[in-house]
Design a protein around this ligand. Sequence first.
Ligand code: SPD
Length: 280
Amino acid sequence: MLSSLWASEQYRETKLGFRVKNILFKQRSNYQMVEILETFDWGNILMLDGLMMVTEKDEFFYHETIVHLPMALRPNIKNVMVVGGGDGGTVRELVKYGSIENIDMVEIDQLVVEACKKHLPITSSKLDDKRVKLIFQDAFEFIKSAPKNHYDLIIADSSDPEGFAASLIETDFYSMVKDSLKEDGLFAAQSGSPLSQQKELKATWSNLSKVFPHREIAWSITPTYPGAWWSFVVASGKEITKPPIQEINSPKDCKFWKPEMLEALLCKPKFIEDILESKS
Ligand code: SPD
């Protein structure tokens, strides 16, 4: 029998629908509605407050970009903080590097992690790696008292900058991130859709510019996010230079990422340049 159940993400004035076979998990946490649904076309999907976070079919584009792009820009990354990332996809990519010694994952919502461990087994498969420390706390609060000059890489794998995640694109947050990073440490974050979230992307870029002297923007794709095209930022107190491709030591078991992608993803399409340069 065909299911007549549909999950749809309405983001502003656009809706994207996914036909659902089964509701695997649905529970309100202290922060948001957490749903994991089995779909016909996209595998199991995670939605938070009705917004798409992960589909099993296309999450690799996002998670491989948010990890392997910054990892390609700095050798010798050992100590990492992940802000958010409760589904585990970012950690799964990070643990591919034998050189990484420690990953502090600071996720506000323990229920997201529990649900993903059960229903998104591939995405969450490395959350029990012995180098991973799960900290269930508001990242803004955690980073206030985090050690200074400590991390080589901080990745913000957050929801859209609305509600409790809104503070994660503010200059106060970026300043604390900068203090927690070593001098040549790198900050990487998802910065939303250059098509559907131009105002947020512009705010991210200008706030970053107030704190970090060196920044780059990269594009990638996630077909099930609004606009499909996605953006990521990297920033540092020290110059960001692209190493020659043959010096990039990326893991081989990726589906989207390979060292040649660094040059491609850092090449800004004209309309992204225009957003970053616009006045408002
Ligand atoms: N509009 C959706 C933005 C979601 C970005 N974060 C996704 C989390 C994947 N680990």
